[in-house]
Design a protein around this ligand. Sequence first.
Ligand SMILES: Cc1cc2nc3c(=O)[nH]c(=O)nc-3n(C[C@H](O)[C@H](O)[C@H](O)COP(=O)(O)OP(=O)(O)OC[C@H]3O[C@@H](n4cnc5c(N)ncnc54)[C@H](O)[C@@H]3O)c2cc1C
Length: 396
Amino acid sequence: MNLDFTPEDEAFRAEVAGWLAANLVGEFEQLKFRGGPGDEDAFPEERKAWERRLGEAGWIGLGWPEAHGGRNLPLVRQMIFNEEYARAGGPGRAGHIGETLVAPTLIALGTDAQKTRFLPDIRSGTEYWCQGYSEPNAGSDLANVATKARLEGGKWVLNGQKVWTSLAHEADWAFVIARSEPGSVGREGLVYLLVPMDQPGVTVRPIVQMTGSSEFNEVYFDEAVTDAENIVGAPGDGWKVAMATLSFERGASTLGQQMQFRNELAMIIDVANRNGAGRNPAIRQRIAKAWAQLAIMRMNALRTLGDSTATTLGREGYISKIYWATWHRNLGELAMDVLGEDAERWEADPVTSRLQKLFLFSRADTIYAGTNQIQRNIIAERALGMPREAREKTSG
Ligand SMILES: Cc1cc2nc3c(=O)[nH]c(=O)nc-3n(C[C@H](O)[C@H](O)[C@H](O)COP(=O)(O)OP(=O)(O)OC[C@H]3O[C@@H](n4cnc5c(N)ncnc54)[C@H](O)[C@@H]3O)c2cc1C
């Protein structure tokens, strides 16, 4: 296990930090520490302008092959970028769904025409994506997808409903799983389609969350269309492609997030020192525990990077989602206990309201990108090789 960075890695870290210090200024200064989960409605247009700035400077697609406009950087460098980005207060990435989910899927399984059409606009921060998987009756049991797609006159025509679709209101395109084989059930008969959002057949309805913001949506397809060639894989391959996309969700972007978590923990410690909560031994113990677990999270991230040339994660990566999600949810509870009665006041100062949002939004951390229960199944089956969970056959 190698926990050291090479001098070249450190030089790269200095380059990233220097670029961020020089560019997160002027019109972008206000974006510092804004956006991201719980705060996605902050400065949407300005954050897209920031994405374009990142794209111009070559900071999007760090891990993609050079042939596709990326920089082919190993995971360790991608982690360093994400760490420095969070340390500098870089805003929540408006283009992360395109960069970390769609692009790797197209690079692995897309046609040359799809790569040529979509990758450059993701890399330049000019086109935005959302993920159309979940439906009212298909969440953990994703194979229960009921949205229908039929091929007609050179177009795929879609009818059905998606739900919890993050950033659909900001997206130009959606990647959607739908059922193209009438009568098929479960993982059979599915297609993975790339669907333009700006058309009469697509309706996006915001869902208001506990935070008061609307980061995700209901998306309705009513005779929505997309060109016949906007299918990834063949008809019937939808499940396989959808799972390939999910495997990229554990990618390098989460490896650098301990730095953002460190910022939040530092904010909590600061409040505890100011309001006296830090004198409470039980609170002190929880803060110390959170700090130690965060150190472990980073060690585990570095351990997964043992091979500094690796561009995909090994099996150690399987524990990272459940670990960070549970840690972060607990951090939200700690923040409320440190705030004490101030936690109850809504129109409070910026630090209090940030910690309130942290508490409210972190309740979702153990749900999205696979719930904790589903993560345990994945660890058991894929990382430990235990027998598969018995599942009922789902109906289409
Ligand atoms: C903030 C947020 C953003 C999201 N963004 C998107 C998005 O952009 N696109 C998208 O498609 N979806 C998105 N989702 C949806 C998310 O993927 C689903 O919420 C998630 O898959 C769980 O599905 P569900 O909500 O239907 O819950 P269910 O699957 O109904 O689960 C309910 C409970 O049952 C448990 N459970 C279910 N199956 C099992 C099992 N086999 N074994 C043990 N326990 C089980 C679950 O762990 C959970 O506790 C988002 C969700 C959130 C919270």
